[in-house]
Design a protein around this ligand. Structure first.
Ligand code: AMP
Length: 205
């Protein structure tokens, strides 16, 4: 199973990816997490990415494509993966297609989680208040200003991917406004039922 999760920032892609990891025994590849790790390690690329991420903009395609290419080649991706936050531009989607072709593989489904942007903004405002009250550290881009910019980037650069995958017959759109369980059920309904031993890591020979 090789899946793509599409949806605006804050739609719950990460949470749903974790559920799919459990169900299918495949790995979650979050480019946001990979970039934050690079930033924490203070590599030159990581520091550059950190500034861009804090502004709510997208890091250059070449940087994320290189990271994903390297990651997909690791042995734990052999049984499949869930791309969470990648691709985010048509150029990234084309690079992924090429990568898959070179590896003789393909994407099984692109699942788009649809949510109301106004609700996302309300959620981030509440989270900022609650976390600040508890004295917790927020992500540099977890505030209403950055979220607004990330939504602009999403609309301009990522939303065209819905049509891109629809044309390939791979797009499945689910309502992301329900509970975590409801959204997980909606996603499960469009995917093949996990068969123990078929998709799981244990199937490795
Ligand atoms: P996320 O954790 O997926 O919300 O990503 C956080 C931030 O990392 C985004 O706002 C972008 O700045 C950057 N980022 C993550 N994935 C990508 C990607 N595929 N292309 C460009 N920038 C990305």
């Amino acid at each position: 199973m090789r899946l793509i999760l599409l949806g605006p920032p804050g739609a719950g892609k990460g949470t749903q990816a974790e559920r799919l990891v459990q169900a299918y025994g495949i790995v979650q590849l979050s480019t946001g997490d990979m970039l934050r790790e690079a930033a924490a390690e203070r590599t030159p690329e990581g520091l550059k990415a950190h500034e861009i991420m804090a502004r709510g903009e997208l890091v250059p395609d070449a940087m994320v494509v290189a990271i994903v290419t390297h990651r997909i080649e690791q042995p734990d991706c052999r049984n499949g993966f869930i791309l969470d936050g990648f691709p985010r531009t048509v150029a990234q989607a084309e690079a992924l297609d090429l990568l898959m072709k070179e590896r003789g593989q393909g994407i099984d489904a692109a699942i788009e989680i649809k949510v109301d942007e106004q609700v996302l903004l309300q959620r981030v405002e509440t989270r900022v208040k609650e976390m600040t009250a508890r004295g917790e550290t927020l992500r540099a881009d977890d505030n209403p200003e950055s979220l607004s910019k990330r939504l602009v980037a999403y609309r301009a650069q990522t939303m065209p991917l819905s049509a891109y995958y629809a044309t390939k017959g791979l797009l499945y759109t689910v309502d992301g406004m329900g509970s975590i369980d409801d959204v997980a059920a909606a996603i499960a309904a469009v995917l093949p039922t996990p068969v123990p031993g078929k998709f799981g890591r244990r199937s490795r020979t």
